[in-house]
Design a protein. Structure first.
Length: 65
């Protein structure tokens, strides 16, 4: 299932890697695409939306949607 999140606070490539790794730690099979200029994180995963959002938040970023 594809989920799209608006994530605040990603300002560099390191941020993208941190968010990607947090999501992959939750679901190693997830496909993650990040568009930092649009503050968008697209995740294809079978994990619940809330769990994916929580993984991003625990990495220190704000999830708007």
């Amino acid at each position: 299932m594809k989920q799209i999140f608006t994530v605040e606070g990603m300002s560099c490539g390191h941020c993208e890697k941190a968010v990607t790794q947090a999501l992959l730690n939750l679901d190693a099979q997830a496909k993650v695409v990040i568009d930092r200029s649009q503050n968008k994180v697209e995740v294809e995963s079978e994990q619940p939306r809330e769990a994916l959002a929580q993984a991003i938040v625990e990495e220190g970023y704000r999830v708007q949607s």
